[in-house]
Design a protein around this ligand. Structure first.
Ligand SMILES: [Zn+2]
Length: 61
């Protein structure tokens, strides 16, 4: 199941929810229980720009 991201138009809460096909228009805000939620573009974790921090120096000697 795809995870869609929604943003509540009432309170502005952004939340993710596992949504079935055709159920995405039947989502309510978990905070204020409002149906005025807008589906955001869900970003699937594919391109991860992780900063390579910490240099492990293996100096043999
Ligand atoms: Zn809300």
């Amino acid at each position: 199941m795809p995870i869609f991201e929604f943003s509540c138009q009432a309170c502005g809460l952004r939340f993710e929810k596992l949504t079935k096909i055709g159920e995405e228009h039947n989502i309510k805000c978990p905070a204020c229980d409002s149906g005025e939620v807008k589906k955001e573009f869900s970003i699937f974790s594919s391109a991860g720009s992780a900063t390579s921090s910490g240099n492990a120096c293996f100096s043999g000697g």
